[in-house]
Design a protein around this ligand. Structure first.
Ligand code: HEM
Length: 442
């Protein structure tokens, strides 16, 4: 028990220093105190800062504070780093953790952490914790993002920082040398980076089809029959735009994979990089798919209210006709089956679900069932069009309806996929993926 006591004493006396009494410095200090560290704040005006700092921490001038700990968190804006220059002697051999972030990318020629290292060459600078907010530090590990990224030149210094991160309840990932700092500093400035392109596509397609259908449906009726059916914008038009955008985006999700296969076939090897645009496109397939699912979901909701919109139903007393009934039920059923698989694809793209699947299971669902979903949704739309493809009255002002336009891309993707799964092409692709190269075995 004596040893336990002395362990406890050394644990309690383990001190860390925090320079800066702003939001970030105070939140970090509080977390460090809660984790059992002794915390000494370094401040320009120790007397006036003492009321700000968390209860239980000490506040001293920078020089005195730096004497009391081996590890110093620098929670100060980069513009104020010059105060560290006169302290260079006291900071020799200390581990300085740079927490800073910038307001925009490429604000300075070098990373803040590299700049800090150049100001205090005798210290070991480690970049880290900058992806956390003061808010997430205060909320504790249960609520906060649990990962912190660090980088730096010295392995021992990084280990010391990792040890503190773990005690605070975070998992630390060592990203490498200090040259990575710039990347870590850009990280918090990103705003949903993988969603940006898919969102732009979704907004662009929705706007384009909205105006196209507005002209074809509403303005056309107004001009040619002087009928005002503008109320249809709210439901009928929305229920065209949503499924059209959904189907196009679903095909955009599968097109890059098909293009990549053809590129490998053409090059006869898998050992060459894809062009950048294709790489980028492949990396946002999940986001494209999830947005497409969102639009499909809206289409299903809009479809559910068709029966209650009595004022839209025309007072036609149509004779029962078996063919029409077959067509109606078939396209609805294919839509439902397609939507069912669509939801399955969405669920299996969630990280927690992916973790329970083997690679083979994941690729079976995302590739085989994915293309089947595309096939069902495309067939749903073809059957919806039925014989209207051939009737000239469909082409108002010589323009094809939206569902015909949106069938182009999925049809192309499905045809290309069909070519890829024909036995002789499939065999070549499989060999290429296993490492075979055309011309190499002669
Ligand atoms: C059209 C039902 C799922 C794509 C329609 C229409 C109905 C319908 C009733 C005709 C709408 C109208 O007359 O204005 C359903 C049901 C579904 C389903 C019940 C599943 C529960 C899907 C899915 C897609 C899709 C998953 C794929 C993206 C389309 C397209 C149209 C359409 C492109 C043509 C829109 C237009 O009028 O231009 N669907 N659908 N549907 N559906 Fe679906």
């Amino acid at each position: 028990t004596q040893k336990d006591h002395s362990d406890l004493a050394s644990f309690q006396s383990e001190r860390v220093c925090v320079f800066g009494t702003g939001d970030m410095g105070r939140s970090l200090g509080l977390r460090l105190l809660q984790a059992g560290y002794g915390v000494v704040f370094g401040s320009r005006r120790p007397h006036s800062s003492s009321s700000l700092i968390p209860h239980g921490a000490q506040v001293l001038g920078h020089a005195a504070a730096s004497q009391s700990a081996h590890l110093i968190f620098i929670a100060v804006q980069r513009e104020h780093y010059d105060f560290l220059v006169p302290l260079a002697n006291q900071l020799k051999g200390k581990v300085l953790v740079d927490l800073s972030n910038n307001l925009r990318k490429n604000q300075y020629p070098e990373a803040n952490a590299e700049y800090l290292q150049s100001l205090v060459p005798g210290a070991e600078v480690v970049k880290g914790f900058n992806t956390l907010s003061a808010w997430s530090l205060q909320n504790g590990p249960s609520d906060a993002n649990r990962q912190v990224y660090i980088c730096g030149e010295s392995v021992e210094a990084k280990q010391a920082v990792i040890a503190v991160a773990i005690k605070l309840g975070f998992s630390a990932l060592d990203q490498g040398f200090l040259s990575v700092a710039r990347e870590l500093e850009d990280f918090p400035l990103q705003l949903f980076p993988q969603w940006r392109l898919p969102l732009r596509i979704a907004i662009g397609l929705s706007a384009a089809f909205f105006f196209y259908l507005l002209i074809r449906d509403i303005i056309y009726a107004y001009v040619t029959q002087s009928k005002d059916i503008s109320f249809r914008i709210m439901v009928s038009l929305a229920n065209k735009v949503c499924p059209i955008v959904s189907l196009i985006m679903l095909s955009l999700c599968y097109l890059p994979g098909v293009l990549a296969s053809f590129l490998q076939l053409y090059r006869g090897t898998k050992y060459r990089r894809f062009p950048d645009w294709l790489d980028r496109w492949m990396l946002c397939r999940k986001q494209l798919g999830l947005l497409a699912l969102g639009f499909a979901f809206l289409h299903v909701l809009y479809t559910l209210i068709i029966p209650i919109r009595y004022y839209v139903r025309e007072n036609r007393t149509t004779q029962f006709d078996t063919t029409t009934a077959w067509r109606g039920d078939s396209y609805l059923s294919l839509g439902i089956l397609g939507f069912g698989l669509y939801v399955l694809l969405g669920i299996t793209s969630l990280p927690s679900v992916i973790n329970t699947l083997s690679w083979r299971e994941f690729s079976f669902i995302q590739s085989k069932l994915g293309h089947l979903t595309l096939l069902l949704c495309t067939a749903h739309t073809y059957l919806y069009g039925w014989n209207r493809f051939l009737s000239s009255s469909t082409y108002k002002w010589y323009t094809p309806p939206g569902y015909m336009l949106c069938l182009v891309l999925p049809s192309v993707v499905l045809l290309l996929k069909l070519l890829l799964i024909t036995p002789c092409v499939d065999r070549t692709i499989t060999r290429i993926r296993q490492g075979w190269e055309r011309g190499a075995d002669q």
